[in-house]
Design a protein around this ligand. Structure first.
Ligand SMILES: [Zn+2]
Length: 242
């Protein structure tokens, strides 16, 4: 999973360190001055997969970008099922066995989502046939899309995710917080007990953010500009020119 930068919490001045993180968001880090600490990137897999996807897209790894962003969409459907269920007073742990029966077959999960969505929101969820066709071609048949086609696919899928999350936050804000915190607590179980922990969040898409950008072009440009500027500042600090 992509590298990011973090300042060592013990170094005087900032020493920015590049590191990688994977599914649990936990990275054990040692700076040049041998300070050891753990970074915990707090995000659901919706947030982490979107971040991975936009960086793959920026690097022109088109198939990887489409796969990550589509996986984020499937995780957002799962997230919505949890939010709807929590709002109905269902114990999420008790729901685990049922979710396991669905999680390996995305069509089962989608069917559950469509029914719950209709019941909770009161209108049918509009699936995109174009997204499904492109998904089948890229993910199941291994077709490697060109940059523009991948960009359009990622844009469409991103906007489906952003619209769903914005809707969930507006209708069921408490359930969104509870479900997200539960997912983060599950990841936090893997934190080592003996290291200083620095928490950070995903940068591209952050569910608790007050203004989620639903336009992909704007969200992508803002993020890439901010990432470039952050890396340039970190390099200047490191080389002593700032
Ligand atoms: Zn240090």
């Amino acid at each position: 999973m992509k590298s990011t930068l973090i300042g060592c919490p013990q170094c005087s001045g900032f020493q920015f360190i590049e590191f990688d993180y994977f599914n649990d968001g936990i990275a054990n880090i040692e700076c040049d001055n041998k300070h050891k600490f753990t970074c915990f990137v707090q995000g659901t897999n919706v947030e982490k997969l979107l971040e991975s996807g936009v960086h793959a897209l920026a690097n022109k790894n088109t198939l990887e970008a489409c796969a990550s962003i589509y996986a984020a969409y499937e995780r957002s459907i799962e997230f919505a099922i949890d939010v709807f269920s929590h709002h109905d007073g269902i114990d999420l742990e008790a729901l685990e066995a049922t979710k396991k029966s669905m999680s390996n077959q995305s069509e089962r999960q989608l069917g559950a989502f469509l029914m719950l969505y209709f019941r909770k929101i009161g209108s049918p969820y509009k699936l995109s046939r174009k997204v499904t066709e492109e998904r089948n071609k890229f993910i199941h048949k291994g077709f490697i899309p060109g940059i523009e086609r991948a960009h359009q696919f990622c844009k469409k899928v991103y906007e489906l995710i952003a619209e769903l999350i914005v809707l969930l936050k507006s209708r069921f804000p408490n359930s969104v917080d509870v479900v997200r915190n539960q997912l983060l607590q599950d990841f936090a179980k893997g934190l080592p007990g003996n290291h200083r922990v620095v928490n950070m969040s995903t940068q591209f898409f952050h569910i608790p953010a007050s203004n989620i950008e639903t336009n992909f072009e704007r969200a992508f440009k803002l993020h890439m500009d901010a990432t470039r500027s952050f890396h340039e500042t970190a390099l200047k600090i490191r080389s002593g020119t700032l």
